[in-house]
Design a protein around this ligand. Structure first.
Ligand SMILES: *Cc1c(COP(=O)(O)O)cnc(C)c1O
Length: 564
């Protein structure tokens, strides 16, 4: 079977399953959903990532909302199958041995995409090298670059050692995988028998690589000082080719990936355009992200879809026919998931929740640009809305990166303000946002809120998960929501309202718009015109579920990137 694989997908994080904590957030979830859809579509793919023995951190919150983190060991031996293959890479002049663990992802038609997690914890390696594949996004520049050598160069060697001889396309998911191009250049050099790297070799590799960028700002791109690069990689002769490898004394992984890729894309229409402006010398297309429908549809919705649109798993376009599902059946499925979700978060917070209350969900990485505090901008206004329309429950979740002090402060700030909003607005920050909690939240809330500072949301995917479960979004028009929002039909946008004057701070305008939407449109609809609200829910599934899924996304990759 290794001999049949044609596409290799490289990603620093992959959310293979809820019980395998090898992902930090959106990028890893997307990678997992991509692979699940590739398996559904029988795309001949193999995926490569690192084993991340320490797991991505679990989050605890104290009474004041201060985060502390712990790593989670996970039972690699029971979740994965060890392969006997061993390969070696050179790091800082030392040989480092690598093994791989395999897990097969099986699609609806029983096609398999294998995921390989690379591991340097072998007796032959030095103590330091043994821990190279422990920590996702841990350590300093040196540690991270060493990890990227293991992923890119080690990953390619593992694939070759397994007998993947028909690989035609190498998909670099974000810049972390860019050193794969060095491995491919090595192969071209060897094949040609020449001593020196030329543009001919570069062109050959260029034909094979596809690169997806996920960051909308220049500062977000992975880069390393040339001294660190020289120390870790050696290869002065290769890196001397400045037009390919070096810009302003740094090895920038995005530029490296772009220089060596035939096809480059952003992850939503707007993100493609933003990236095209950032990188004017390259041609950048866009393929809008999606989510794996069968993974994110909650049990009650799976049943509802099985009853009404039987072929939805194998053909997500069928979500269009959700338009024929009755209001009663849809509402009943939603209520069932709402109760499940509230039960689940009660277990995590030991607080009481009521399924009779309008419930807003806000869950994503806790970091400044996501602005979790925007909803709490004007406490009096918010309390007033709660008094007018009935108590509102707001469920927050999200981890801050351990070194993101500002992100941690935001969680604390939300928890601290919660007291002042009581009893009109009931706020809780549920600890340890992960795939399992996400599954509950995206299905069980009545409204999914997203308030990023534009243009920083490349795509966003949690709102797509909500849409599959008929949960409408109230969101800033950025990322996918610029494509997904039909005002009042699939949900609502924030900050577009021409009636609200431009105020000094842009946050105020957005907050004002958010309150207006809740007060004037959404809450009256939910409480007084329930059928109309459920109609919006139905359109979420029919219009957005049918498009913002990784099955459509993978079909576009096949058409535009892999087989073009
Ligand atoms: C979907 C998901 C994300 C990404 O959500 P965004 O809306 O893109 O921020 C992050 N973490 C978890 C656990 C998720 O399930």
């Amino acid at each position: 079977m290794w001999a049949d694989v044609e596409i290799a997908y490289f990603s620093m994080e992959i959310a293979i399953a809820p019980e395998i904590p090898t992902y930090a957030g959106g990028l890893g979830i997307l990678a997992g959903d991509t692979i699940r859809s590739a398996a559904d579509l029988s795309v001949p793919m193999v995926a490569v990532s690192l084993v991340h023995r320490d797991g991505y951190l679990t989050q605890q919150l104290d009474a004041e909302g201060w985060q502390s983190e712990a790593s989670v060991e996970w039972p690699i031996e029971t979740e994965m199958e060890e392969l006997s293959t061993r390969v070696e890479v050179s790091i800082e002049g030392r040989p480092v041995k690598i093994r791989a663990w395999k897990r097969d992802v099986v699609g609806v038609g029983n096609a398999v995409v294998s995921v390989l997690l690379l591991d340097t914890d072998l007796p032959e390696n030095s103590e330091w090298d043994k821990h190279l594949t422990d920590k996702l996004y841990g350590g300093d520049d040196r540690y991270r670059l060493c990890q990227e050598v293991v992923l890119g160069i080690g990953g390619l060697r593992v694939l070759r050692a397994l007998g993947c001889d028909k690989l035609r396309i190498f998909h670099l998911n974000e810049g972390h995988a860019a050193l794969l191009t060095l491995g491919l250049l090595d192969e071209e050099l060897e094949r040609s028998g020449s001593e020196e790297l030329t543009m001919d070799h570069v062109r050959k590799v260029h034909q094979k690589c596809v690169f997806t960028t996920h960051t909308p700002v220049a500062a977000g791109h992975d880069q390393f000082p040339m001294e660190v690069v020289q120390r870790v990689l050696g290869r002065p002769e290769m890196l001397a080719m400045k037009e390919v490898f070096c810009c302003e004394g740094l090895l920038n992984m995005t530029f490296l990936a772009m220089n060596l890729s035939r096809y480059i894309n952003g992850v939503a229409k707007r993100h493609g355009e933003t990236s095209q402006h950032l990188f004017a010398h390259y041609k950048i297309d866009s393929i809008t992200n999606g989510v794996h429908a069968a993974t994110w549809a909650a049990p009650s919705f799976q049943k509802l879809f099985d009853d009404h649109i039987p072929d939805w798993r194998s053909d997500n376009f069928n979500f269009r026919y959700a338009i024929g599902i009755s209001t009663e059946a849809l509402w009943e499925a939603h209520q069932a998931e709402k109760q499940q979700m509230l039960q689940f978060v009660k277990g995590l917070t030991s607080r009481e929740f009521s399924s009779d209350l309008f419930t807003i969900g806000f869950a994503r990485r806790a970091t400044a640009y996501k602005r979790p505090e925007l909803l709490l901008h004007d406490l009096d206004r918010l309390k007033h809305i709660g008094r007018e329309h009935g108590t509102i429950q707001v469920i927050f979740a999200g981890k801050a990166h351990p070194r993101d002090d500002e992100g941690k402060k935001l969680i604390h700030q939300v928890v601290e303000l919660a007291d002042q909003l009581h009893p009109e607005i009931l706020i809780s920050w549920v600890p340890n946002y992960d795939m399992q909690l996400a599954k509950h939240l995206v299905a069980g809330c009545d409204l999914w809120l997203n308030t990023p500072k534009p243009p920083l949301e490349a795509s966003g995917t949690s709102g797509m998960k909500a849409a599959i479960n008929g949960v409408p979004s109230l969101s800033i028009p950025d990322g996918w929501w610029l494509e997904g929002c039909i005002e009042g039909v699939t949900g609502w946008s924030i900050g577009e309202d021409a009636r609200i004057p431009e105020l000094r701070k842009d946050g105020i305008r957005d907050a004002t718009s958010l309150y207006e939407q809740l007060d004037q449109i959404i809450l009256p609809l939910f409480h007084n015109q329930r059928d109309a609200y459920v109609n919006v829910m139905r359109h979420c599934i029919a219009l957005n579920g049918s498009f913002f899924n990784t099955q459509r996304m993978m079909q576009q990759y096949v058409q535009k990137a892999y087989f073009s």
